[in-house]
Write a protein that binds this ligand. Sequence first.
Ligand code: ADP
Ligand code: MG
Length: 353
Amino acid sequence: MADIVFRNVTKRYGGTLAVDDASFTVNDNEFFCFFGPPLSGKSTILRLMLGLATPDTGEILIGGRPVNTVSPAERNVAMVFQNLALFPHMSARDNVRFPLVERRVAEADIEKRVADVAAKLHIGHILHKPPAQLSGGERQRVAIARALVRDPNAYLMDDPISALDARLREETRVELKRIQRELGKTLIYVTHDQEEAMSVADRMAILENGKIRQIGAPAEIYDRPASTYVARLLGSPMMNILKSVRGAEGVEAAEGTIRIADKAAPADAVEIGLRPEDIKVKAWSEGGAGRPARVFEVEPLGGYTVVTLAAGQARLRALLRGQPDIRPDAMVAISCEPGRVHYFGQSGGALAR
Ligand code: ADP
Ligand code: MG
């Protein structure tokens, strides 16, 4: 059992609040991500869990036990290799054995644990091979097996795959997600890549300057970001955020950009947010509803197309399916369902409709 609880934990380095009054619970068996820009406090949170840093105030509990004064060794949470590259001169088996040999685990235990993790990761039949004879996917599974061969309460990973190229990153995160589910272990994962966080996490915490701004399932946070800060961090292209004014008919954004016929729009909204996939774009000649906009640029990406629009005084980005016949400088009509609009108040906080 290894749920990990932070209660009002603060950690300072000189004048810097690295972690600022953090409270959260990572549940047992959960794949939990910390996501935020560089220097937002992600690594410090992991160091506090490991016992490599001590909170100035607040309390940390692992499996219900207060651990503020417990040594790293006794906490039994494991930091996984930063680098998933294998040692090329060792067989797959010796790579997987390495962390246990290094810790002088008894030979019989090593054999048992290696067999166990190899069975779970379906690599028993390739353990005799050197890395050079393995496919890319097999190498990643061996590297993950090596990372997971110890049997701690929880695994911590600090941006473990950021050094890999994009394609291998995509494959590896799928493997990691599958393996975490099969092993049924708590995995705490730090990343600065929003797509990676969204793709792997059961739940995630979003950090800004040491403060936790929102915690929830990725889809939940994406659909209901608590602030413009969170809204901008998740999603690509980024959410369009526009100044808004309230009119009799609903909300008018940024000097004629788009009109939202929403009588229920909150009166204190100062900005509205529109996800690119929620903006409807039609040829102007088709007539019908929608405000005029000029196509500024078109990015055809195969399965979908990003269209940048100049509308009123603003630029907007819309994400369209497939490869629509839209050219730069064409006039189009843009609209958005009222139910898809996000409203934000003076301080950037989300407002209920
Ligand atoms: P992240 O992992 O999100 O990039 P960190 O946890 O490494 O962020 O850092 C959070 C803040 O704490 C930063 O402002 C960083 O400069 C500061 N910090 C982290 N560790 C130390 C340290 N050992 N000494 C001084 N400042 C530190
Ligand atoms: Mg870091």
